[in-house]
Design a protein around this ligand. Structure first.
Ligand SMILES: Nc1ncnc2c1ncn2[C@@H]1O[C@H](COP(=O)(O)OP(=O)(O)O)[C@@H](O)[C@H]1O
Ligand SMILES: Nc1ccn([C@@H]2O[C@H](COP(=O)(O)O)[C@@H](O)[C@H]2O)c(=O)n1
Ligand SMILES: [Mg+2]
Length: 479
């Protein structure tokens, strides 16, 4: 390329990190769910979590229901906060007479502390929540638990609906309604086997405090419930419906519903773990590359699954006929320099000998983007194109790249855009303009900050992947 190559290299340097920022559209990120406002200032980036309250008698199955909801919401950030954590510590006199203490009365809880912890969590701050020890009757003998702000907070406890200030925090109220005999039978087993209590003590406590408090304080709060679940954890239909509702409220499903060509790969704890590592600003370059490569491979494999196929029959070693499919042969990759190049190895590993073209887009200030280099297969118009760029932010780079492919004669429906993370803004921009292209991503982000960077994001992807950030081991936290 001679002297032109120098200018391209300069541009590559100058363009580092531009792929997930772009020119101003309207300066704000719109919410796509029923959740409250998304804050987009750099320091205070959070959205209001969806808060669920789960109440019901002791041993009705509240914890079991919460665990099932959390398990089904595995691709969301969910935290569980137990009302037990806010039991008041007993005085020496109360401890000496512990069998006379009413643990089922609203006054047994430090509701002020619960409200203060919730206030912090709902404003995006991590809190240390005490862990209650029902053997010593204390909440300061076990190490407290650090609870991070999350998309969903589940508050669980017998009297979670009792105080109107706590009720007001709840977006969804669930009452687990289990027969009193079943609750008593479970309680006896739990208190004798797990807590090592004497059966007489358990039965005395039940008749003296637990049952009266249920009738006086817990059952009357059932009327506040939005959903009453009979049979607790056995009621899979109710739990499925609750999870569906939460998903709708979180908005991720709304985007997939609005844009049928948007595919978010099925999340697992492995995938969440990889995301956690590559998003951590303290992750070393080596680990960043390792886990980014694993995720990229998953996205590439998923994207390949959207290519057309033809039926193919083969004879197996047992001389049986196996009817399968033949891979699509007319395809190529196109990487958006420079971070998109990080996805080339995964594509080559999946598609032997695949041709990969390149596009370089340079951002000029905040109000324009310019395509400055392209090297594409000559017959690209006959191929399906896997467009590679790990981050879809404002969507402006993606629109530049896609419009070039279309100008080169690639049908819109033959383009599959593969990325690791997508901001809702970019999804709207790309999918509205090119409704027939497919987007395959592994996570949808909260939004963009005032600098048009994806949040929570993972920083300057190209710099972190290719090791060109300031510090060669640890990445400066500049989200
Ligand atoms: N559907 C169920 N079938 C059988 N046992 C259950 C069921 N739900 C809960 N349990 C058991 O009953 C006890 C109390 O359940 P848990 O979910 O802890 O109730 P809670 O949190 O309301 O006190 C636990 O030992 C749990 O394993
Ligand atoms: N030291 C304590 C503290 C609480 N309890 C009983 O626990 C019940 C609430 O817990 P769930 O998981 O069932 O919601 C409540 O009925 C208290 O009596 C206790 O026995 N000892
Ligand atoms: Mg419980």
């Amino acid at each position: 390329m001679g002297s032109a190559s120098k200018s391209v290299e300069d541009m590559i340097e100058a363009s580092s990190g531009v792929h997930f920022s772009g020119f101003h559209m309207d300066g704000t990120e719109s919410r796509n769910s029923g959740l409250d406002q998304l804050t987009t200032s750099t320091d205070d980036v959070h959205r209001q979590p969806f808060v669920i309250g789960v109440a019901g008698g002791a041993a009705s199955g509240k914890t079991t229901v919460c665990d099932m909801i959390i398990d089904q919401l595995r691709d969301q950030r969910v935290v569980l906060v137990n009302q037990d954590s806010f039991y008041l510590n007993l005085t020496e006199e109360e401890l000496a007479q512990v069998h006379e203490y009413n643990f089922d009365h609203p006054d047994a809880f430090d509701t002020e502390q619960l409200l203060s912890s919730m206030e912090k969590l709902m404003h995006g701050q991590a809190v240390d929540i005490p862990v209650y020890d029902s053997k010593s009757y204390k909440n300061n003998v076990l190490p407290s638990r650090r609870v991070n702000p999350s998309d969903v907070i589940i508050l669980e406890g017998i009297l979670i609906f009792h105080d109107p200030r706590v009720r007001d925090l709840l977006n969804m109220k669930i009452f687990v309604d289990t027969d009193a005999d079943v609750r008593l039978a479970r309680r006896i087993r739990r208190d004798t086997v797990e807590k090592g209590r004497d059966i007489d003590v358990v039965l005395n406590q039940y008749s003296k405090f637990v049952k009266p408090a249920f009738d006086d304080f817990i059952l009357p709060t059932k009327k506040y419930a939005d959903i009453i679940i009979p049979r607790g954890g056995d009621n899979h239909v109710a739990i499925d419906l609750i999870v569906q509702h939460i998903r709708t409220k979180l908005g991720q499903h709304d985007l997939c519903k609005i844009y049928p060509n948007l595919y978010v790969i099925q999340s697992t704890f492995q995938i969440r773990g990889m995301h956690t590592l590559i998003r951590d600003s303290q992750t070393t370059k080596h680990d960043f590359v390792f886990y980014a490569d694993r995720l990229i491979r998953l996205v590439v494999e998923h994207g390949l699954g959207h290519l057309p196929f033809t039926e193919k029959q083969v004879i197996t070693p047992t001389e049986s006929v196996y009817t399968g499919v033949d891979f699509c042969k007319r395809l190529c990759g196109v990487s958006v320099i420079r971070s998109g190049e990080s996805m080339e190895n995964a594509l080559r590993a999946c598609c032997k000998g695949i041709k990969i073209g390149k596009i370089l887009i340079h951002r000029e200030g905040d109000n324009g983007q310019q395509l400055i280099y392209e090297k594409l297969p000559k017959d690209i118009s006959d191929r399906h194109v896997l467009l590679l760029d790990p981050i879809l932010g404002t969507g402006n780079s993606a629109v530049q790249a896609i419009s070039l492919l279309i100008r080169k004669g690639v049908p819109e429906s033959n383009i599959i855009f593969l990325n690791l993370i997508s901001a809702p803004k970019g999804i709207h921009v790309v999918c509205k303009r090119y409704p027939r292209i497919k987007i395959v991503t592994s996570e949808i982000e909260m939004g963009l900050n005032d600098d048009f960077r994806v949040i929570p994001g993972m920083g300057e992807f190209g710099d972190r992947y290719f090791g060109t950030d300031d510090d060669d081991q640890v990445v400066a936290p500049k989200q």
